[in-house]
Ligand binder design. Structure first.
Ligand SMILES: Nc1ncnc2c1ncn2[C@@H]1O[C@H](COP(=O)(O)OP(=O)(O)O)[C@@H](O)[C@H]1O
Ligand SMILES: [Mg+2]
Length: 300
């Protein structure tokens, strides 16, 4: 009837899904336009290497994130539980026993990681404040370690307490046990951001919060991130959270983990409550959820 070309046997790999765009492969350092702020080159981590209980948590992980000047990038990491997400973050942080990698190399700003450093800050899910320190003394802890005089660090501490939405007059002298979960995570965020790290590592930081507090914290994080312009690696179980907050989403395969897909997603340019209701947003969420569900199924 017509001599038009038959449809391709395989649909093109690269495609748009809702507010996301699925790349046809995970980018490696050589492909970036800008130098990498963080790169993994053939990274494998085997716990208890060489022993009978050796366990390979991640295998041959390769990816690279650009050092975008005056902006940074927000990278969300999702994947089945136990696929090595925390291992990845702690390798970047240079924390044992994840660090050092068994094979391959983790680089930050072009240099191999040898230990933890002030250029990288971490926020965990568990409330990690010191029980015997007040909010102000928790927030300024890192400055104290760096030998900054008390008056200078306290002034900066007050600013950050305000920036994370705590009440300077009411909350500053409280101890962690007097704070709600959301307030404690605000302290943890202030304590990390006050040091102005180039890379912020967040391991399920809002995982223990109720849905409303969580959404408020997401909006707060978007505002703060725009101000500090760092690169963020954000691990979460919530696909909504990953898609909402991220510029980019890495989807990890089941253990031993590796990056299965890389997506770019629309930036959080409207409030969480609004954006997360949209159909296009939900399409991206379902796409990722299906992918992870299939990975979980195939695990046993
Ligand atoms: N210190 C360790 N020793 C032995 N196995 C570990 C250690 N830490 C993590 N693992 C194992 O490595 C795998 C990946 O762990 P993790 O990075 O915490 O995964 P995720 O954060 O994705 O849930 C899991 O199976 C976990 O049990
Ligand atoms: Mg984890």
């Amino acid at each position: 009837m017509s001599d038009s070309a038959p449809p391709p046997a395989n649909p093109p790999e690269e495609r748009d899904v809702g507010v996301g765009h699925v790349l046809d492969h995970v980018r490696e350092p050589e492909e970036l336009k800008l130098p990498a702020v963080c790169e993994f080159r053939g990274v494998t981590k085997t716990y208890n290497y060489g022993e009978p209980n050796a366990f390979t948590a991640i295998q041959d992980v390769n990816f690279a994130v650009e050092d975008i000047p005056n902006k940074g990038e927000f990278v969300s990491i999702v994947g089945p539980s136990g696929c090595g997400k925390s291992t990845i973050l702690r390798l970047i942080a240079g924390l044992e026993p994840q660090h050092p990698a068994t094979h391959g190399e983790v680089r930050v700003l072009g240099k191999p990681i040898t230990k933890p450093g002030a250029d990288r800050g971490m926020v965990f899910q568990d409330y990690t404040s010191f029980d015997h320190r007040t909010v102000l003394d928790n927030v300024t802890f890192g400055l104290e370690c760096a030998g900054i005089p008390r008056d200078v660090r306290n002034e900066l501490g007050r600013k950050w307490i305000q920036r994370v939405g705590l009440d300077v007059d009411k909350d500053i002298d409280k101890y962690p046990h007097e704070l709600s979960g959301g307030m404690r995570q605000r302290v943890a965020i202030a304590r990390t951001l006050i040091l102005r790290p180039r890379i912020i590592l967040m391991d399920e930081p809002f995982g223990a919060l109720d849905p409303v507090t969580r959404m408020n914290m997401q909006n707060l994080l978007v505002r703060l991130w725009r101000a500090v312009r760092a690169t963020v690696f954000f691990v979460t179980h919530s696909i909504e959270e990953a898609v909402y907050l991220g510029d980019r989403v890495y989807i990890f395969s089941s253990s031993p983990g590796t990056v299965l897909e890389e997506l770019t997603v629309e930036a959080p340019n409207r409030p969480a409550m609004e954006m997360q209701k949209e159909q296009k947003f939900q399409e991206t969420v379902y796409y990722i959820r299906d992918l992870i569900a299939r990975l979980e199924e195939g695990k046993d």
